[in-house]
Design a binder for this molecule. Structure first.
Ligand SMILES: NC(=O)c1ncn([C@@H]2O[C@H](COP(=O)(O)O)[C@@H](O)[C@H]2O)c1NC=O
Length: 507
């Protein structure tokens, strides 16, 4: 019986070589018009789909292969008597191999095509061919990737057919291909139509592997970085070893911190997704050295984020401590050359803003949790309420401490003075333990310093501890049932409390 291949490809690379060899192996080739012209030019004997269907390509190409004579030949179950009777009655030619790749929706969307152009690049007939052939994979082979042309030909040369295991693998690959394509269409259209991803009843998440990672959090865990449709990582790696899983995870807090400073000269040192030093300075060097001074032990192996172009003086100071990743909006030429030469393994990232995920999605053993990302409008002096004497003179430090608490794992307490954090208690399961840790780390620097808490104080014990350490002002959301006891403790200790009314947990 005649073997037949339907070839309908937008990306025509290597399709001529494939078709030639298929012809030599005895296959009859059927193609949509553009592919047919391409193959004829390469001297391959080819029949046009329109000859088979009796219809020309309609609606400017919107309808080409969508016809029972094509779909019947792909979907017919060869072992099913009724199917084969239908095929015989309606003279439908059986198709054994489908080779198809789709209109370039992704390229068009990335080039910023308008809605009309995007719509015309939504492939319908090709997707239908692919899904039909993949559904009938037990008898039909579906090839969507030119990399599979040669393995398929090898099977045909060796056995006269595409071997069953390959047909099965090709079908799964084909479904993954059309599923990704639909994800791209959803994402491309929703951005042109201005509709952000939200908490819909179904959350389409078609992710593409952007980077294989050496391993996950630990060497025995396999891992990769995946990106949503039409996105690239928002940074550019200029130097250093490939990023690890933990680097990318820890970098998240660093980028969030950098975004909070909105151009101020600042430094954050992050470890295990949470800051261990945050400071502003008149120069980048000053900001870095003051952030480092908060907790130099923890800064070892940390991720450093700087909010200005890295200069050579800062680079020279930085190389004295082991750092995993350095992110900055840019690098001065001499600083870049120095860092590349002195620390060739140090990962240098240029990040000028931008993020990939509109939603924050976490996988748990119970399912995927999705929430709106926490992007911070900072607390405002004119929007909150003071308990005790107002201390607007300490506002800058209160906000700096608030930023560090906002970025830290809950429960988080931060002590700050003169534009730098000096004690960070984070990840504690009791708030008063976080307070005690932060105060112990700050030591003498607690006198006259400020404190931030990521959530309300459930008891007055934390305030009493802060009072003993001579903390001058605290920013916290308020909202505890014991707020009045907390406020009394603050008044007794002479601490000014600013109530921001905004909790910033990070579990
Ligand atoms: N409309 C149809 O029936 C149809 N059938 C196949 N295609 C696509 O048309 C392209 C090939 O077209 P041509 O051979 O005319 O260059 C392929 O990317 C294929 O996926 C179609 N195009 C869009 O849906």
């Amino acid at each position: 019986m005649t073997r037949r291949a339907l070839i309908s490809v937008f990306d025509k690379r290597q399709a001529d070589t494939l078709a030639k060899e298929l012809s030599q192996l005895g296959y009859e080739i059927v193609s949509s018009s553009g592919t047919a012209r391409f193959l004829e030019a390469a001297h391959v004997a080819v029949q046009e789909v329109s000859d088979l269907t009796g219809f020309p390509h309609l609606l400017g190409g919107r309808v080409k292969t969508l016809h029972p004579s094509v779909m019947g030949g792909i979907l017919a179950r060869r072992e099913n008597v009724q199917d084969m009777e239908d095929v015989r009655i309606y003279e439908i030619p059986l198709i054994d191999l489908v080779v198809c790749n789709l209109y370039p929706f992704e390229e068009k969307a990335r080039q910023g095509a308008d809605l009309d152009e995007l719509i015309e690049n939504i492939d319908i007939g090709g997707v239908t061919l692919i899904r039909a052939a993949a559904k009938n994979y037990r008898q039909v082979a579906i090839v969507v990737d030119p990399d599979d042309y040669e393995p398929v030909l090898e099977d045909l040369r060796a056995t006269g057919d595409v071997v069953p295991e390959r047909r099965q693998a090709l079908a799964l690959k084909a479904f993954a291909y059309t599923s990704r394509y639909d994800g791209l269409v959803e994402k491309g259209l929703s951005s042109v139509l201005g509709q952000e991803m939200e908490m819909t009843s179904a959350l389409p998440l078609t992710l593409t592997r952007a980077q294989e990672l050496r391993y996950g959090e630990n060497p025995h865990q396999r891992a990769a970085l995946y990106l949503p449709p039409l996105t690239d990582v928002p940074w550019e790696q200029l130097s250093g070893k490939p990023l690890s899983y933990n680097n990318i995870l820890d970098l998240d807090g660093t980028l969030r911190a950098m975004a909070l400073f909105n151009g101020d000269c600042a430094c954050v040192i992050n470890k295990h997704t949470t800051p261990c030093g945050l400071a502003v300075g008149k120069t980048l060097l000053e900001a870095y050295e003051r952030a480092l001074a908060c907790d130099p032990l923890s800064a070892f192996g940390g991720i450093v984020g700087l909010t200005r172009s890295v200069d050579e003086a800062t680079a020279q100071s930085l190389v004295r401590t082991f750092t995993e990743v350095l992110a900055a909006p840019d690098f001065d030429d001499d600083a870049l050359a120095f860092l590349r030469q002195t620390k060739p393994s140090l990962r240098l990232l240029r990040w000028q803003g931008g993020r990939v995920m509109p939603l924050q999605i976490t996988s748990t053993w119970s399912g995927f949790l999705a929430q709106e990302d926490q992007t911070a409008p900072l607390p405002r002096l004119d929007k909150g309420e003071w308990i005790g004497t107002p201390r607007p003179d300490l506002w800058d430090d209160l906000i700096l401490a608030w930023k560090a608490a906002y970025l830290s794992k809950s429960n988080a307490i931060v002590v700050a003075a003169d534009g730098a954090t000096c004690g960070i208690g984070r990840g504690f399961t009791s708030r008063v333990d976080a307070v005690n840790w932060a105060l112990a780390q700050a030591g003498e620097k607690s006198r006259g310093a400020v404190m931030a808490s990521d959530a309300f104080f459930p008891f007055p014990d934390s305030i009493k501890a802060a009072g003993q350490a001579k903390i001058a002002a605290i920013i916290e959301p308020g909202g505890s049932v014991k707020d009045e006891e907390v406020f009394d403790a603050a008044r007794d200790a002479g601490i000014s409390l600013f109530l921001s009314s905004w909790r910033t947990f990070r579990h």
